[in-house]
Design a protein around this ligand. Structure first.
Ligand code: C5P
Length: 237
């Protein structure tokens, strides 16, 4: 995979036209786009399809978390949009994740699309060990991440969304083929914005990231294409 193929640009926008324009500009310079709850809640599945139709991969970041039957239905419906990656919360449990894995395969077959990568969120990076304690989850946070990553693998899912600090441990525990999708990336020349624990693109790769989710350093740059090109260049060094 060439470095630029590993970059998923977070289109954290509610304006569909703006997102589509940005997607068109960046096509050929990045691997794909991440569309999250903000974009989906504002624009719905047809807008997701419109981004898929630009020809690049889409990671639909809706983090499903419900009973197995409901998550399976949501995964089948999301798969119909033709997205390449979607995700669930690992804390939904083994049966829920198994149902998600099966639903992605069934949905892909039914709708004549490639089966998406189904990843799981282990512990939100906004939560530390004391937050886990408050919701009755066993810490420390890094051990809970490892536990949930292993459960994700056992359920037959394809990988996890994790912080750069966790990706090497996940790779070591779950193997090279188990996908690590990593946000919180900042090139040295970009503003940190509200991100606190940041990693450069090169460091994230060295730490075992498979895909890098990068938003504002590209979307808010004066020239997004130049920013993406520069980041891919740094990853190749
Ligand atoms: O603009 P920026 O590069 O900070 O965007 C990062 C994207 O990754 C955002 O969509 C953000 O919600 C998401 N994300 C994150 N940290 C996590 C999980 C997701 O920054 N732990």
């Amino acid at each position: 995979m060439k470095p630029s193929d590993r970059i998923f640009v977070a289109l954290d926008l509610t304006d569909e036209e703006e997102a589509r324009t940005l997607a068109r500009r960046l096509t050929g310079h990045v691997g794909g786009f991440k569309l999250g709850l903000e974009f989906f809640s504002a624009n719905g599945p047809d807008a997701v399809r419109a981004i898929v139709d630009t020809g690049l991969k889409v990671f639909l970041d809706l983090k499903f978390h419900d009973i197995p039957n409901t998550v399976a239905g949501a995964v089948r419906a999301a798969t119909a949009t033709g997205v390449s990656i979607l995700n669930v919360h690992a804390s939904g449990g083994l049966d829920m994740m198994r149902a998600a894995a099966e639903a992605a395969a069934v949905g892909a077959e039914r709708h004549g699309v490639a089966k998406p990568i189904v990843a799981a969120v282990t512990v939100l990076t906004s939560m530390d060990t004391s937050d886990l304690d408050m919701v009755g989850q066993r810490g420390p946070a890094d051990e809970q991440v490892a536990r949930l990553a292993q459960l994700t693998k056992d359920a037959g899912l394809d990988g996890v969304v994790c912080s750069p600090a966790e990706s090497a441990a996940v790779r070591d525990a779950c193997g090279e083929d188990f996908v690590r999708i990593v946000p919180g990336i900042r090139p040295s020349w970009a503003s940190t914005d509200d991100q606190k624990r940041i990693t450069t693109p090169r460091q994230a790769l060295d730490a075992g990231a498979t895909y890098l989710v990068i938003g504002r350093p590209i979307t808010q740059a004066d020239d997004p294409v130049e920013a993406a090109f520069r980041i891919a260049g740094e990853m190749a060094e």
